[in-house]
Design a binder for this molecule. Structure first.
Ligand code: UD1
Length: 420
C-alpha cells in the first residue's frame, strides 16, 4: 500500500491543468460496446477506475488501446455478456455495461455492486427503468440477470427518494438506444456528465435530445458510425484545486476546465472569501486572508455537488465562525470528519448536517483515507496543517485523481508518495 507524506504550511501558486472527467469517461467507455464501428475517445484521464473499465470491456470482447489520454476501442463482436463480481466490487460504475449489453445483444449478467463506504447504494431505479423498456430481470446469487426479446421505447420516470440518479439516467439512456420507438425519461439527472454521454451517443449516430434538462428523449435503433469524441473536463478535480487555493491562501490558475460547470462550487468559494476570475476555459482562484463561515446544502446539479462537500469541510475547518454542511444525497458521507478532528478540527455531526466551528490551525497527524473524496479532503487539510501529515490508503484517491501529488507539487506543495 502507498501513502502520502505532506509537510504543511506552503501557499500554493501557479497553473494546473485539469484532466478529463472520470464520471463521463466510465459510462462513455461502457457505451462504446454499443457499436461494431471504431471508437476513439480523447481526454481520457489515466485513473485506476478507467483501467478497471478497460479490463471489463476487454473481458467482454473489446479490443482496446490506451495511450496518452486517448482510447481506441473496437468491438466487432461481444465474447461474453457477464460482469463478474471481482471487477464490479472494485468499481460500482461497472454496472454501465448493463445498458450497453442489453441494447446490443439483449442479454446481460452483472454482479450487484452492493453498498460502499459512503452508505447503501441501491440500484432499484436502474432496474425499474430497464423493466419499463421490456427487460426481464431476476436477481439471483448476487447477480442481475437481464434479458429481453426486444427493447421497447416507453415513458420512464426515474424519480428516486433521494432525487434524480446520475447512474440510472445514463444506464437507461444507453439501453434505450437499442429500443424500438421513443423513450422519454422524466426526472432525468441534469449533471454535465449525463449531457456528455448523450452528446457521445449522438456523435455515434443515435438520436438523443433534452440532455441537461429533466426530460431526455431517445429515439432508438439508429445505425452507428466511426466516432472520435473528446470527454469534458473533470469539474470535481477543478473544484478541488479551487479549494486548495482558498485554503492555502494562494493563487491558482485552473486550466482546461469548464467554468460553467463550476458555478455552485465557485459561488461558495467566493462566499467563503476567495476571489474568483473566470475565463473561457480557465478559472483563477485567489485565497484572500479574510475567510467567512458559510452554509452548504448538497443537491443534484446545478446544486452543490456531494462530491465536493468533503473538500469544503477541510476549508471550513479553519474558517472563523460556524459553518454547516447538509448532505442530502448519501447517508454516510462525513467519514473525513473524524480524521479532520484528529488534526484539531471542531466538527459535530447531527443527522445529515455537519456543524463546523472554525479553528485557528490544524496540526499534522496520521490519517486513514476512507473513500475517494474524503481522501482529497485529508490531503487538502494536510497542506495547511502545522507539521507533517501522513495520509494512508491513498488507493481510494488514485481511483479519481490523476497524478494528484505531482500536480500539487507543481504548485509548490511539499507532498510525496511512499510505499508503506
Ligand atoms: C454518481 C457519481 C458519484 C456522485 C453521484 C451523485 C459516477 C461514477 N459516480 O454516482 O461520484 O457522488 O453520482 O452526484 O458517476 N439511488 C437510488 N436508487 C438507484 C440509484 C440511486 O435510490 O437505483 C440513490 C442513491 O443511493 C443516492 C442518489 O440516488 O442517494 C443519487 O445517486 P446517483 O446519482 O445514482 O449516484 P451514482 O450514479 O451512483
Amino acid at each position: 500500500m502507498q501513502r502520502f507524506i505532506i509537510e504543511g504550511g506552503k501557499k500554493l501558486f501557479g497553473k494546473v491543468s485539469i484532466s478529463g472527467a472520470k464520471n463521463s469517461a466510465l459510462p462513455i467507455i461502457a457505451a462504446s460496446l454499443l457499436t461494431a464501428k471504431k471508437v476513439v475517445l480523447d481526454n481520457i484521464p489515466d485513473l485506476v477506475d478507467v483501467r478497471t473499465m478497460i479490463e471489463l470491456i476487454e473481458y467482454l470482447g473489446a479490443k482496446v488501446e490506451f495511450a496518452r489520454h486517448t482510447i481506441k476501442i473496437y468491438t466487432p463482436k461481444l465474447k461474453r455478456i457477464d460482469a463478474p463480481y471481482d471487477i464490479v466490487r472494485k468499481m460500482r460504475a461497472s454496472y454501465y455495461v448493463l445498458g450497453a449489453l442489453l441494447a446490443r445483444v439483449r442479454r446481460a449478467k452483472v454482479s450487484l455492486p452492493g453498498g460502499c463506504a459512503i452508505g447503501p447504494r441501491p440500484v432499484d431505479l436502474h432496474i425499474k427503468g430497464l423493466r419499463t423498456l421490456g427487460v426481464d430481470i431476476d436477481i439471483e446469487d448476487g447477480f442481475i440477470n437481464a434479458q429481453t426479446s426486444k427493447l421497447v421505447g416507453r415513458e420512464v420516470n426515474l424519480q428516486g427518494t433521494k432525487g434524480t440518479s446520475v447512474g440510472a439516467t445514463i444506464n437507461v439512456m444507453i439501453a434505450a438506444t437499442g429500443a424500438r420507438g421513443k423513450t422519454v425519461i422524466s426526472s432525468a439527472a441534469c449533471e454535465p456528465e449525463v449531457v456528455d454521454v448523450a452528446d457521445f451517443l449522438n456523435a455515434m449516430g443515435f438520436d438523443v435530445s433534452g440532455q441537461g434538462t429533466h426530460t431526455i428523449i431517445i429515439k432508438g435503433q439508429a445505425s452507428t458510425r466511426d466516432v472520435e469524441y473528446t470527454i469534458i473536463p473533470d469539474r470535481i478535480e477543478a473544484g478541488t484545486f479551487a479549494v486548495a487555493a482558498a485554503l492555502t491562501r494562494g493563487r491558482i490558475i485552473i486550466e482546461n476546465c469548464c467554468p460553467d460547470h463550476l458555478i455552485s462550487i465557485l459561488d461558495k468559494i467566493e462566499e467563503a472569501g476567495g476571489k474568483v476570475t473566470k475565463g473561457d476555459r480557465t478559472v483563477e482562484v485567489v485565497g484572500c486572508g479574510r475567510k467567512q463561515a458559510i452554509n452548504i446544502y448538497v443537491a443534484p446539479y446545478p446544486g452543490f455537488p456531494t462530491d465536493m462537500q468533503a473538500q469544503f469541510m477541510a476549508l471550513l475547518s479553519i474558517t472563523a465562525g460556524t459553518s454547516t454542511i447538509r448532505e442530502t444525497i448519501f447517508e454516510n458521507r462525513f467519514m473525513q470528519a473524524v480524521e479532520l478532528m484528529r488534526m484539531g478540527a471542531d466538527i459535530t455531526i447531527k443527522g445529515d448536517t455537519a456543524v463546523v466551528n472554525g479553528v485557528k490551525k490544524l496540526s499534522g497527524a496520521y490519517l486513514m483515507a476512507s473513500d475517494l473524496r474524503a481522501s482529497a479532503s485529508l490531503v487538502l487539510a494536510g497542506l495547511v496543517a502545522q507539521g507533517q501529515t501522513v495520509v494512508r490508503r491513498i488507493y481510494h484517491l488514485d481511483r479519481g485523481y490523476e497524478k494528484f501529488e505531482i500536480k500539487l507539487r507543481g504548485l509548490g506543495a511539499r507532498i510525496k508518495r511512499q510505499r508503506e
